[in-house]
Ligand binder design. Structure first.
Ligand code: ATP
Length: 234
């Protein structure tokens, strides 16, 4: 469904990705975990077409999209939920959601999707006229996810959705991720919260300084000493 092959990315002299390969099958949640600066965000941004790779390729539904523009990747259903939410604070909740559907022309289905987003996130329905900047961190994360869902994603690339949230919200966000997946969206999830990420995902890749150092079934990785010591506090 979605695949990255041998991706190399550098910023000036910094070799951020040194040959990353990973694959997400239709219907899966796969997580990419690793320490700060390992290159997780760069991997997602390159997948979305926001960074240009030195070499390697990005595939969606069997098609090489390495040279497809970021906008056309969105049209094909590859949608990123960016790190730090990036909602537009002065615009209303409703306007932020409408922006998610900016490239769509299927008005009737878009309206249905809006109803579905409000059903999934009642707090957004209650606050639809409120400026997005007045929402709490957890609510802004829901808005960022709702905006992504308004783009009609086939594959969602989520960058640290639990970052900076209170524990209660963290659990809720992971429940929502599982639920979005259960209703048919394939997910590649970047997380610092390795414990929660490994619980929600079926498979995982562990990154260190620009390389994949471990991969496999999440349950198996959760049980390995190497992962426990490095990412789960022993
Ligand atoms: P974090 O969890 O802190 O977001 P990460 O695993 O997502 O970390 P990246 O943000 O992808 O890591 O960064 C990988 C490396 O590339 C880091 O050394 C970072 O400093 C560098 N880097 C990322 N973006 C740029 C940029 N635009 N210009 C220069 N260096 C960059």
């Amino acid at each position: 469904m979605f695949e990255i092959k041998d991706l190399q990315v550098s910023f000036g002299g910094i070799h951020a990705l040194k040959g990353i390969s990973l694959r997400v099958e239709e219907g899966e949640i796969v997580t990419l975990i690793g320490a700060n600066g390992a290159g997780k965000t760069t991997t997602l941004r390159t997948a979305s077409g926001l960074e240009r790779p030195d070499s390697g390729s990005v595939w969606l539904n069997g098609q090489d999209i390495t040279r497809v523009s970021a906008q056309d990747r969105v049209k094909r259903g590859l949608i990123q939920v960016p790190e730090g939410r990036r909602v537009f604070p002065m615009m209303s909740v409703l306007e932020n959601l409408e922006l998610g559907a900016f490239l769509r022309r299927d008005r009737a289905q878009t309206a249905k999707d809006m109803d579905e987003v409000f059903g999934r996130f009642p707090v957004l329905a209650d606050r639809r006229q409120q400026p997005a900047g007045t929402l709490s961190g957890g609510e802004q994360q829901m808005l960022a996810m709702g905006r992504a869902l308004m783009a009609s994603p086939k594959v969602l690339l989520m960058d640290e959705p639990s970052m900076g949230l209170a524990p209660l919200f963290v659990q809720e966000i992971f429940n929502i991720i599982a639920n979005i997946n259960a209703t048919g969206t394939t997910i590649l999830l970047v997380e610092q919260n390795a414990n929660m990420a490994l619980q929600v995902a079926s498979r995982a890749y562990v990154m260190e300084t620009g390389k994949i150092v471990l991969s496999g079934d999440s349950a198996k990785l959760l049980a390995t000493d190497e992962v426990r010591q490095a990412y789960l506090g022993g």
